[in-house]
Design a protein around this ligand. Structure first.
Ligand code: G4P
Length: 526
């Protein structure tokens, strides 16, 4: 197949949701359609259901599962789909943010009973940073949920994106009858079934077709006609351009657990979801169909066996063809590397891959050379942009409990930070080390892994910090002046970038007002 065709047929996306909205269930149904799994229940939930805080078995299990299900590749209607899993648990949000840098679009699952939830809002903000195209799937229509119009308004309001329904439900909960596809202009009648895979759609070319009354009853048919008329008059026609630019989100309704509305979503998805697009490096925009290979690392996973320090680095191919065993330039270190045992992820199986195309994700075995954000190329030196660190929300100071193991601690902390478990900030004054995380759970993970994998003992001392702000200024002298005057509150991140560690929101605001020449950023890339 020609190179351009290989690129055109790829769809690399992630499913995101607030925990429990149905991400795992929807993933499983998509894999069923793709023939990647044979039975429902085959996808293990990649979420932590932790009741006891110190349930280590659960975390270790989670790490295992999340390697297996991190990337699921499958084919559907001649399209190669790469589905990137994202942890739903809030404490692992940073991992999710980074995974979103490697996708070309997302499907967002929303629970029709709960509506837009907190985690959904944050994830949407991350999508907006790159104008990632979003499709909404409103799930659990077999339950009494909120009014569909209210749900659409809520999505527009809370997620700050225009919506365009492409399907419309006939009732909900006990009286749920089915979904009318505004995209394909046909009707799908609801049957509760966990295994339904056959085509049972009823084509209604004309919404006024009297068969509709027979199928759903006169009242519901009349209501549907009214709804469809209203939608078509209130919402502008679906625009592919606006969707691709991340300005409008098409919306589908369904019930993942009943496998209802999922095929409609998938069929539309492969029609409209973008294939790999150009991406920016520090030097220029790189087209996917350029002949030379390039890609970046967005995730690193430590080996489950603590005795072996091997890690798997997840590489997103951005241009050219990746070939196993070929030497590639590691841009940050300016060194050439060969990866002889690269793996592809097909469904839940890992298999050796000989070549991969833009949009594909490749697993590279690494002994500690690769970091999140690294670029590999066939010689060009620009690093890919758009894999920033985000300001953590919780901060604690690292206290070494065993002076004999200082070296192990240094090594362990650095490696865990490279894996992206958390972020390390080192204060200019006294070289105090502060770990920043999105959730409380990571501190326990770090403590546990330092002990078991590196033999180092640490305590975490609470410190009062509100936010880490990366700082910059057009005027170097002003920046130096600021750093001097706030010396006690200046730290460096893992790449040596300057960070202002603000203790409270009010104080940060005051400092921002007092130093108008300094820019304060909540991510490391600006
Ligand atoms: P997540 O990955 O987003 O966290 O959600 P997950 O798919 O695990 O789904 C969360 C719960 O919602 C599960 O129930 C799942 O069965 C249920 N669910 C998913 N889709 C639908 C739907 O369309 N309708 C209804 N009524 N429920 C749905 P659970 O009780 O937490 O787990 P399980 O024991 O059923 O697996």
């Amino acid at each position: 197949m020609a190179f351009d065709q290989e690129i055109d047929k790829r769809r690399t996306f992630g499913i995101i949701s607030h925990p429990d909205a149905g991400k795992t269930t929807l993933t499983e149904k998509l894999l069923l359609f793709g023939g990647a799994i044979q039975t429902a229940g085959a996808v293990k939930s990649n979420k932590i259901k932790m009741h006891a805080r110190s349930d280590w078995m659960e975390i270790e299990k989670q790490r295992g599962i999340s390697v297996a299900t991190s990337v699921m590749g499958f084919n559907y209607r001649d399209v190669k789909i790469n589905l990137l899993d994202t942890p739903g648990h809030k404490d692992f949000a940073e991992d999710t943010y980074r995974t979103l840098t490697a996708v070309d679009s997302v499907v967002m699952v929303i629970d029709c009973v709960k509506g837009v939830e907190e985690q959904t809002e944050r994830l949407m903000e991350v999508c907006r940073m790159r104008d990632t195209p979003v499709i909404c799937f409103i799930n659990k229509l077999d339950r009494e949920g909120q009014d569909p119009y209210d749900l659409l308004d809520e999505v527009e309001e809370k997620l700050n994106i225009k919506v365009r329904p492409l399907s419309w439900p006939i009732n909900m909960g006990k009286t749920f009858k089915g979904v009318y596809s505004l995209y394909e202009k046909n009707l799908v009648l609801f049957q509760s079934s966990k295994q339904r895979l056959d085509d049972e759609t009823i084509k209604i070319e004309d919404i006024n077709d009297p068969r509709l009354d027979e199928l759903v009853g006169e009242n519901d048919a009349a209501q549907l006609r009214e709804d469809v008329e209203l939608i078509e008059s209130v919402y502008p026609d679906f625009s592919m351009e606006d969707y691709a630019a991340g300005k409008v989100a098409p919306v589908f309704f369904g019930s993942a657990v009943n496998n209802f509305g999922v095929r409609e979503l998938l069929d539309c998805f492969i029609d409209i979801a973008p294939s790999p697009k150009p991406r920016e490096t520090e030097l220029r925009e790189v087209e996917p169909n350029e002949s030379k290979f390039s890609g970046f690392i967005f995730k690193i996973h430590a080996n489950m066996d603590p005795k072996h320090r091997n890690r798997i680095a997840f590489l997103r191919v951005c241009s050219g063809k990746f070939e196993r065993g070929k030497g590639y330039l590691h841009v940050r270190n300016n060194k050439k590397f060969k990866f002889s045992n690269a793996t592809a992820f097909m469904a839940q199986e890992k298999e050796i891959v000989d070549e991969a195309y833009p949009g594909d994700i490749v697993g590279l075995y690494d002994t500690g050379n690769l970091k999140i954000g690294d670029t590999l190329s066939e010689g060009e030196k620009g690093m890919y942009k758009g894999i920033p660190s985000f300001s953590p929300e919780m901060f604690k100071e690292v206290v070494n409990k065993d002076a004999m193991k200082t070296k192990q601690l240094e090594k362990g902390i650095n490696q865990l930070m490279e894996e992206g478990v958390a972020q390390l900030f080192t204060f200019e004054m006294g070289a105090r080390k502060v770990v920043g995380t999105v959730g409380a759970l990571q501190f326990e993970v770090i403590q546990h892994r330092l002990k078991h994998e590196y033999g180092a003992s640490v305590d975490f001392m609470p410190i009062n910090l509100f936010k880490a702000c990366w700082i910059s200024s057009d005027d170097d002298a002003k920046l130096n002046e600021f750093v001097k005057s706030k010396y006690r509150h200046i730290a460096k991140d893992k790449d040596g970038k300057l960070v202002f560690m603000a203790e409270t929101r009010a104080w940060l605001r005051m400092v921002e007002d007092n130093f108008p020449d300094i820019q304060f950023h909540s991510t490391s890339e600006f």
